[in-house]
Design a protein around this ligand. Structure first.
Ligand SMILES: Cc1cc2nc3c(=O)[nH]c(=O)nc-3n(C[C@H](O)[C@H](O)[C@H](O)COP(=O)(O)O)c2cc1C
Length: 181
């Protein structure tokens, strides 16, 4: 797909069919994620792919809790990917402190975007999720407290007739200015 067409085709999918995701498609999404750039090439991420029951349902349940309605669609998604935010190298951590910037969060956004765009290229739907119960998720995945979870991504084929993107974007003039603010 031409790149802008791919960007336009990608949208958050919150209704999934039960069609399984082909392993080679999942692997290409992970390869796209692996090739993402990062500050000082630290690659501060680790992908945990969850497909098997009962773990998948437990991970899904950790993305919503109590009366919270959103993210319940994760129960339908055949694949859930949990991205751990790993500690960058000491040099990079010091540079972040000196510059008061959280490059590792930028890095994780880029790798997640690579994953989602490759998924769109494969005809698959995704939804990035920043809302989850981190404590519950760590328990379910037997992760130590020292680990940090950056994002969860759902992956699968969208339900048939899934509506096309409705989310509008700010107009160009609202987000771009030339030669000054
Ligand atoms: C960092 C981040 C966190 C997000 N968290 C959630 C979430 O917890 N639940 C959800 O349904 N969508 C979540 N989204 C998806 C956004 O709502 C969505 O990308 C945005 O509304 C634009 O819609 P589109 O992806 O269809 O273009 C998240 C997106 C990002 C980038």
């Amino acid at each position: 797909m031409a790149f802008l067409d791919l960007i336009t085709a990608r949208q958050s999918v919150r209704k999934y069919s039960q069609r399984p995701v082909e392993p080679e498609k999942l692997e290409r999404c992970l390869e796209a994620a692996r090739l993402a750039p990062s500050a000082s090439n630290t690659q501060p991420w680790h992908y945990i792919v969850v497909q098997d029951e009962p773990l998948r349902t437990k991970v899904a349940e950790a993305t919503f809790s109590g009366p919270v309605k959103f993210n319940r669609f994760t129960l339908q998604a055949p694949v859930l990917v949990v991205i751990l935010l790993e500690q960058p190298k000491l040099r990079n951590r010091l540079a972040m402190i000196l510059k008061n910037k959280e490059w590792k969060l930028i890095d994780i956004g880029i790798t997640a975007t690579h994953f989602c765009l490759q998924a769109a290229e494969e005809g698959l739907g995704t939804c990035m999720m920043g809302w989850f119960n981190e404590k519950q998720l760590k328990k379910v995945l037997s992760l130590p407290d020292s680990k940090t979870i950056g994002l969860v991504i759902s992956l699968g084929y969208a339900e048939e007739d899934y509506p096309l993107r409705t989310k509008i974007r700010k107009p160009m003039e609202a987000i771009v200015s030339y030669n000054g603010f």
